[in-house]
Design a protein around this ligand. Structure first.
Ligand SMILES: [Zn+2]
Length: 219
């Protein structure tokens, strides 16, 4: 079996997504890209019953190399995002509650908290298109430039990362930021962080990452 550990990682990631409420039933999907191979969840299988053999391995031409099930209905979306974002090696797509709610009321999740810099700044909302369609893949891909996350109008959200752990962390962060924004909106007119201050937050993060690296080297 090809990519057994990656298949297992996809299953444990999906189970964690159910546990923390990012997905319900069979909603959402996950993939990993290694070289020219795409390891992706099947369509319509309840996550608690998934086994490694259910996860599909596909090639660059969307041909199934291993797997008997139908690949995720959003397979085109995953391929399109990988094509556009060469540094991405994992994608998480959810219908999480708060992110989906935000997608229905705005064209952009604004800078409600400095941690939005981990998503590349304010998160754009891609226009509504039918699920599983090439139009949806194009609409989301158009918005991902320079970002690690895109909201999908009246549908959900997608995050990318250099590995699956990072893509999942970004989905969790996006859901938290979305809930923060909605709670703030209900309580009044939320203040936002301007671009200059967001850049300061990025520089500060880089400074602390370097400090951590230097400290770890010494210990
Ligand atoms: Zn979806």
């Amino acid at each position: 079996m090809l990519y057994k550990s990656e298949r297992e990682l996809i299953i444990t990631t999906l189970q964690r997504m159910v546990e923390i409420g990012l997905v319900v039933n069979t909603a959402g999907n996950v993939s990993i890209k290694i070289d020219d191979h795409y390891i992706i969840t099947p369509s319509g299988v309840t996550y608690e019953y998934l086994v490694p053999a259910d996860i599909l391995v596909m090639d660059g031409n969307k041909k199934i190399i291993e797997g008997d099930l139908l690949p995720s209905s959003e397979t085109d979306l995953h391929y399109s995002l990988y094509e556009s974002c060469k540094d991405a090696h994992a994608i998480v797509h959810t219908h999480s509650l708060y992110a989906t709610a935000v997608s229905t009321i705005t064209n952009e999740l604004p800078a409600i908290h400095y941690q939005i810099t981990d998503l590349g700044g304010p998160v754009p909302v891609a226009s509504y298109e039918t699920f599983g369609s090439p139009e949806l893949a194009a609409a989301v891909t158009e918005k991902i430039a320079g970002k690690n996350a895109v909201l999908m109008q009246n549908h959900g959200a997608v995050t990318i990362g250099s590995n699956l752990k990072i893509a999942l962390e970004r989905s969790i962060l996006l859901e938290w930021l979305s809930s923060l924004y909605l709670i703030s909106l209900q309580s009044g007119q939320p203040s936002l962080i301007d671009n200059r201050k967001l850049k300061d937050a990025v520089l500060q993060k880089q400074k602390y990452m370097k400090l951590r690296q230097d400290t770890n080297k010494k210990s």
